[in-house]
Write a protein that binds this ligand. Sequence first.
Ligand code: UT7
Length: 342
Amino acid sequence: MTTSTPETVRPGITAGRGAEHTAILGIGGYRPSRVVTNAEICEYIDSSDEWIRTRSGIIERRWALPHETVQMMSVAAARKALMRAGIEAAQVDCVIVATVSHLMQTPAVAPLISDELGATPAAAFDISAACAGFCFGVSMASDMIRCGSAKHVLVIGVERLSDITDVTDRGTAFIFADGAGAAVVGPSPTEGIGPVVWGADGSRYDLIRQKQPWKDVLESAEPSMPHLRMDGNPVFRWASFEMAKVAAEALDKAGVSPDDLDVFLPHQANMRIIDAMARTLRLPERVVIARDIAYQGNTSAASIPLATEALLEAGQAKSGDLALFVAFGAGLAYAAQVVRLP
Ligand code: UT7
């Protein structure tokens, strides 16, 4: 016969609890001062202004000057986002920096940015999700706030891709560019950030990649910067067909129909991908489509916040508008979510 012993009462763990709703409270961007025209690009590669415009939609791009570092551009973008959100740096509990072009293996650049802003001791770390990094960050920030592990999170997408682009490579020289965009995510009385649809397809890992791992560079007889390489056309076809489905799923999960949408804010990778997605999604004519790539190039993690800021500043989008983000890039990683613009 078994005898039961009285259960010992052990203290439980109190679960974190945060805000019911979250939103982007402010957006800011930084565009480097050096304008690089297609004519300048064609000094290094066998191409033409016409080819670059028709194949990518890029007319010119911005490349950072030496003093426009990842940290400097991030701090400038973040200060604007904080000011517009009406939040002091000291109120920030976490800083997430999405980047693939901070050329220092460790530590992350986020603690430096946080400290310069005056947000120390906020948690601060980098994420590597390439062009999808900003949308990954917004999703993580929103979840943190809902769980109570942070009240205000600063999400920064920043790149100095010109440092890791081979200006003599026809496949990438004309496309990549530099810049920073930042968003303050915080609690909100109404819902401002819809459920994320995200993922990664490692079977396509090689399509956009650093040419060599650092170890191979260091062991080579003539070490040189392991620039980015991209098999552009397979990425182009994948993005044009698959990303519209991801965007449609994000709309569906948020309970928003294309007719309810005000603004389409896709990653600024290629104007033809933007057009293909808009067609597949059957966006009504009145939906404003971000086309920041024309004068900014492809700034990877910075492209969506920069494009958002541009539309708001130009009055083409306004506070309270419903916008659809969809981002994709190396990994291949992708993410989409519906947000209400700050
Ligand atoms: O942001 C992260 C995700 N990245 C993307 O989403 C980028 C996706 N890919 C793209 O945007 C496009 O693939 C590119 C803009 C990079 C290239 O456009 P494409 O229409 O896919 O061109 P392609 O690579 O299929 O090349 C077409 C032709 C080829 O010539 P032939 O074989 O038809 O004679 C290329 O050799 O264009 C030629 N070509 C060029 N011509 C002038 C390739 N690069 C160049 C160039 N200038 N820079």
